[in-house]
Design a protein around this ligand. Sequence first.
Ligand code: ZN
Length: 312
Amino acid sequence: MKYAVGVDLGGTTVKIGIFTEDAKVVSKWEIKTRKEENGSLILPDIAASVLENLKKQGIDKADVKGLGLGVPGGVQPDGSVHSCVNLGWGRVHVKEEMEKLTGFPVYPGNDANIAALGEAWQGGGKGCSNTVMVTLGTGVGGGIIVNGKIVVGTSGFGGEIGHMKMNMHETETCGCGKKGCLEQYASATGIARMAKRMLAETNEPTVLAGKEFVSAKDVFDAAKEGDKVALQIVDEVCAILALGLSYIGCVCDPEAFIIGGGVSKAGSILTEAIERHYMDNVFGDLKKVKFVLATLGNDAGIYGGAKLALGE
Ligand code: ZN
């Protein structure tokens, strides 16, 4: 039996999993991300924890095909990272350093891309070789899988769909410095921003009126109860998101769009609204695409890391 290790390196915790070739979880655990000393302790901490756990499981290092590692940033084709603010990193040669520390092949990649690979392998996109994952959280992340492989791009920014420009006339600035990005409308913060704008412009009665802050969850909860204004907000947000997804659909013609992240807890009300608008924007067999919810939650990254190490 061969094994692979999947690692999801986040700003607060590192999630680690040991998997068999046929996707069974042997062991999964978390360690703290120690960001002091410019994050120089992070990779040695991960390597030590992985080696210790393999020993505990009685797994011979020779039976480990490799370790896939998701980092919150762009990864260059040589496996290095130019900078990773969340980890305190400047230039770090992740692949080289981790291979020295562990002794097996290491495959670093962008965390959103690797989560997309995990969902395509064992999650909402299981059985599909062409999928696009959209993560609707504080921001909007994405990952594009074509013929079973991550579209990484030249600088590791392939699949960075949250910063596609959706509105030429936006006046507020996105976290990336531009204006009108998808993330400004479809992330949890974007939905709250849209709600604030739309509530200021309506006289219709709504349960959302008079609240000091209206969250994305408040909007979806009210929409599920049939609140007309909340339904309008959901419709507007999903129209913008579906427009962005239809551009991606025209480029790579996926079998499924996988919707994940905190906002996706809204469930079918979200996927149905996206699908309805999407179908207005595409033609022909592009309409055959499915819209599914992500199923692996916070484990998508470790699944994707393991799959990367096993071979996409
Ligand atoms: Zn942006």
